[in-house]
Ligand binder design. Sequence first.
Ligand code: VGL
Ligand code: ZN
Length: 194
Amino acid sequence: MKAKLCQRDALVVVDMQRDFMPGGALGVDGADTIVERVNEYTRLFEKASLPVFFTRDWHPKTHISFKRNGGVWPEHCVIGSDGAAFDERLYIPSDNRFIISKGDSETFDAYSGFQGTTLEALLQERGVNRVFICGVATDYCVKHTLLGAENLGFRTVLLIDAVKGVDIKRGDSEAAVEQMLMRGSVLCSIDDLA
Ligand code: VGL
Ligand code: ZN
C-alpha cells in the first residue's frame, strides 16, 4: 500500500534487542538483516518530526515466562543485562523518541507494548491515530503490539520488510500476518513510503 506520512503518525519499533538477534538467548533467525531497514524507517519518521517508540522486553530474573520459573522461554532480556540492550547497530534518535519497557513485573508476561505500559497514553497525548510497526518477533510481540493498537482504535500499518518471526512451528509468521490483515491492518514496504 502506498502511504504518505502525516502529522498523526508514529513509528513503533518492537524489541530490537541483542537477545533476539542471532546468537542471543532467544535469537530470531535473520533478525540482524532487518536492522538497517528499521533504521531507514526511523530516519524517515525523524525527518518528518514524528515520534518513534522503541519497545523492549525487560524481565526480572524471576519472570514467569522463563522455563526455570515454569514458563516456556529460556531466560532472556533480563533487566539491565547485555542481552537486554538494544542491538548496537540500531539507530536511536536523540529527540522525540521513547523507550517503552514491558514484561517487567514478575507475575505476568507482556507480548504487547501496550500491556502495563504508558504507550497508549503517550500516543494519545501526541494525537497519534496511526502507528507503523516493525521489529521482532512477527509471531509474538509484533503481532500482539499491532493487535493491541487495533483494539485501542489506532489504525495500523505493518512494515513487512522490517519484521522477522520466530516460527517455532513453520508458517507461524505467515499466519500472524494473515491475522493482522484480517483485523484491519495494511502492509507497507520502504518503496511505498520513501
Ligand atoms: C518475545 C518471546 C518472549 C518477542 C518476547 O519480543 O517477540 N518473544 N518474549
Ligand atoms: Zn520475553
